[in-house]
Design a protein around this ligand. Structure first.
Ligand code: SAH
Length: 362
C-alpha cells in the first residue's frame, strides 16, 4: 500500500465513503503524499507528456496569441500574464521567448504563476530564473493583483477535482470511494437519491437511462479568472482534453509511466484526471461575465495560428531536426494518437474585445 492509501483507509473508517472529488484532491494535492506535491511527472522518463513538452512551437504560438490579444485590448502599458498550473515552466519560457519580437508587449508583462506543488514551483523558478520579466507566485487566483490580464491554462482544468454521479432505477446517486471487507478501496453509491440533479441537466440529457454516469467539477479558479477579465479586461485560454458538449460517461483516469492504470490502485503515485466538459466550463465562466469563443480543436487552433509556417521555418534553420519537427507537428495537430482532435481550446474575453486569433474564422 502507498503511504496515502494508509491515510485514505483511516479517513474512510472515521467518516465513511468519500466523494470522488475528495479522493482526486488528496491523490493530487495531499500536502505530503500527493502526486504533484512529490514529483515532476513530465517527459519521456515521467508519467505523461504535455503539449509544451512536445515542442517549443506550442508555447511560442501561444505567446504570439497573447501579444495579438494585448494589441486588441489597446496595448495597455501593464498586463498580468497569468498561467494556471505551469508545470515545469516550459510553456511560459516559450511564451516569453516569442514575446521578444514585440518589445513593448514584453515590457508590459507582469508574470503571475498559480501553482500549488512545492516541487513544481522549484522547477518553475529554475526555468524562469533568466526570464528578465517580473514574476510573482500564487497558490490561487484570488490573490492576483487587480488589473487587465491574459490567462493561460494548459492541462490544468482536467486536474481540478471532479465528482461522479450514477443513475439507477431510483434516481441519481453520488459515487463514493469506500472499503471492501478485505480492506481494498472500492467504488460504491451513496444511498441518498439526488432528485435535483436531473433538473439541472441540459434538456437533451433528461431523462437518462439507468447506468448513466455524469461528471461535475468545481470551476472556482476559472470563474475567478473570468470575473477579473470581465472587470479589468483581457482574455483567458483553456487547452485540455475533453468533450464539446456535456455527455454521460466515466472519464476518471489514472496514468503512470504513459500507461493507464486502475484509478484506485496506488493512490498518490499516478496522475489522476477527468475529461473537461467544455459546455459546463463555458457556462461557468459565462455566468461570471466573460464572453465565449470556441471551443475549437487544438489542431484547428494551432493551424490558424500558423503552426505549419512555424514548422517550415524551424526546419530551414535546423535541417537535422526535420524528422523531429514533423513528428511534433503531427503529435500536436493530428488525430489520435495525436492531440489535435482530442484536445479542445476555449477562450473567454471581456465582452467588448474582438474575437481572439484562432477563433475569428468560421
Ligand atoms: N501546464 C503544464 C502542467 C500541466 S499538469 C503543462 O502543460 O505541461 C497540471 C499542473 O497544475 C501542475 O503544475 C499541477 O501542480 C498544477 N495544479 C493542479 N491542481 C492545481 C490547483 N488546484 N491549483 C494550482 N495548481 C494546480
Amino acid at each position: 500500500m502507498t503511504p496515502l492509501a494508509y491515510e485514505l483507509h483511516a479517513m474512510i473508517e472515521a467518516d465513511g465513503p468519500m466523494p470522488v472529488s475528495r479522493y482526486m484532491a488528496l491523490c493530487l494535492g495531499h500536502p505530503q503524499h500527493g502526486y504533484y506535491t512529490t514529483r515532476d511527472p513530465f517527459g519521456a522518463a515521467g508519467d505523461f507528456t504535455t503539449a509544451p513538452e512536445v515542442s517549443q512551437m506550442f508555447g511560442e504560438l501561444i505567446g504570439i496569441w497573447c501579444a495579438e490579444v494585448w494589441r486588441g485590448m489597446g496595448a495597455p502599458r501593464r498586463v498580468l500574464l497569468v498561467e494556471l498550473g505551469p508545470g515545469r515552466g516550459t510553456l511560459m519560457q516559450d511564451v516569453l521567448r516569442a514575446a521578444k519580437v514585440l518589445p513593448e508587449f514584453r515590457a508590459a508583462l507582469a508574470v503571475q504563476l498559480i501553482e500549488t506543488s512545492p516541487k513544481l514551483k522549484e522547477c518553475q523558478r529554475l526555468a524562469l530564473a533568466q526570464a528578465g520579466v517580473p514574476i510573482a507566485e500564487h497558490e490561487r487566483p484570488e490573490t492576483l493583483p487587480d488589473g487587465p490580464l491574459l490567462a493561460v491554462a494548459n492541462e490544468f482544468v482536467d486536474a481540478l477535482p471532479a465528482d461522479q454521479f450514477v443513475k439507477t432505477e431510483h434516481g441519481w446517486h453520488e459515487r463514493r470511494i469506500g472499503l471492501q471487507p478485505d480492506g481494498k478501496l472500492a467504488f460504491g453509491l451513496d444511498p441518498a437519491p439526488l432528485p435535483a440533479l436531473e433538473e439541472s441537466l441540459p434538456p437533451r440529457l433528461r431523462p437518462a437511462p439507468a447506468g448513466s454516469m455524469l461528471e461535475r467539477r468545481d470551476y472556482t479558479p476559472m470563474q475567478e479568472i473570468a470575473r477579473r477579465i470581465a472587470a479589468y479586461g483581457g482574455s483567458g485560454l483553456v487547452i485540455d482534453y475533453g468533450h464539446v458538449q456535456t455527455a454521460f460517461g466515466d472519464t476518471l483516469q489514472a496514468v503512470r509511466r504513459h500507461e493507464p492504470i486502475d484509478p484506485l490502485e496506488d493512490p498518490g503515485e499516478a496522475d489522476l484526471t477527468a475529461h473537461v466538459d467544455f459546455e459546463a466550463l463555458g457556462g461557468a465562466v459565462q455566468t461570471h461575465g466573460a464572453s465565449l469563443h470556441g471551443p475549437v480543436t487544438q489542431g484547428d487552433f494551432l493551424r490558424r495560428l500558423g503552426i505549419g509556417l512555424r514548422a517550415e521555418r524551424l526546419k530551414k534553420s535546423a535541417p537535422a531536426q526535420t524528422e523531429a519537427i514533423d513528428a511534433a507537428l503531427a503529435r500536436l495537430t493530428g488525430p489520435a494518437p495525436g492531440m489535435g482532435e482530442m484536445f479542445k481550446v476555449l477562450a473567454f474575453s471581456q465582452r467588448n474585445l474582438p474575437a481572439p486569433p484562432g477563433f475569428d474564422i468560421a
